[in-house]
Design a binder for this molecule. Structure first.
Ligand code: ZN
Length: 315
């Protein structure tokens, strides 16, 4: 079984325009690595939205079918407070409750294939109530926090959310590593997640993206705290530069933590324009490492699905 631990539904009003355009500027820079010029971010935005816009998850499930991905976990983002809350200026902008409800509807439409966490900014009034509502009404499987929107994950204002997750027995995934403008990476350094793992040793916490450039820090922290997990979603950026930029950290993660705390993910849908999911799955299943880095079939089976199945009680 292959489980994508980290995916987002994207559509015109899904996230603040400033964030979506920031993501596209990042993508534009990747596509023009060699020439250093030439791509038009506005054209790439229009093309990407035309291809990826997917309010109900139909395109996501079609891409999962093509890639052989059995299940995917939707992580709704609540980025408004980090993007000057565009509710007034952007018609149709979705608040956190509406967005999480839509995510639940996609899981109902694609029952057995899509599952959802609850994404909320802990600074919002009613954040804890929304998380409880997710658990009671929307079959929420965990909590997603995105500190790059402007808060630290070890800020005590997050504690009520961690306590609810602990009580419900569900994991928390916390973004770590870089983010396009207008979000700020310094809130997302793995060391701040370590502080949460210290205060809540029984709470299972996934360091999303294994911290990207902070991957050594993320692995060191997880080595000392067995309630920390890492996912390697969003590493298409590094992989597209050189495949071993993925394989070296992935090998280190499995060597240091064992395969059961290392999770596969795409971070789609925007990353799908860099490496489509079927190619991403192939990159994991049939690694082509210039440095001769290799993975046992048993390790890959766990990382691609077994670990996530155990984490969510699906095995
Ligand atoms: Zn993500």
């Amino acid at each position: 079984m292959i489980i994508d631990n980290h995916v987002h539904l994207l559509f015109e009003e899904s996230d603040p325009q400033s964030f979506l355009r920031g993501c596209i500027r990042t993508g534009t820079a990747i596509f023009t690595r060699e020439s250093g010029q030439g791509a038009d971010p506005d054209a790439l935005y229009e093309n990407s939205m035309a291809i990826l816009s997917d309010r109900e998850g139909d395109k996501l499930v079609a891409r999962m079918d093509e890639a052989g991905i059995d299940r995917a976990i939707l992580l709704p983002l609540d980025l408004g407070l980090g993007c000057s809350e565009p509710a007034v200026t952007e018609p149709g902008y979705l608040n956190a409750a509406e967005k999480n409800r839509l995510s639940f509807e996609a899981t109902q439409r694609h029952s057995g294939r899509l599952f959802t966490y609850l994404g909320v900014d802990p600074r919002r009034r009613g954040a804890a109530a929304l998380f409880r509502r997710g658990l009671e009404e929307w079959q929420t499987k965990g909590l997603k926090l995105h500190p790059a929107a402007g808060f630290y994950p070890h800020d005590p204002l997050c504690n009520p959310l961690y306590e609810i997750a602990l009580e419900a027995g569900v994991p928390v995934v916390i973004h770590s590593g870089t983010e396009p403008a207008p979000l700020k990476a310094h809130f997302s350094q793995p060391c701040y997640i370590d502080a949460v793992a210290a205060d809540y040793p029984d709470l299972k916490i996934i360091i999303a993206h294994c911290g990207h450039g902070w991957w050594r820090e993320a692995l060191d922290l997880a080595l000392s705290k067995p309630n920390l997990y890492v996912d390697f979603s969003g590493w298409q950026l590094e992989y597209s530069g050189r495949p071993d930029y993925l394989y070296r950290p992935l090998r280190a993660a499995i060597d240091l933590l064992g395969p059961w705390r290392v999770l596969f993910g795409t971070d789609g849908s925007l990353t799908d324009i860099i490496v489509p999911p079927h190619e991403w799955v192939k990159a994991w299943r049939e690694p082509q490492s210039a440095a001769g880095i290799s993975f046992a079939a048993e390790e890959l089976a766990i990382v691609l699905g077994g670990a996530a199945a155990r984490l969510h009680g699906w095995d």
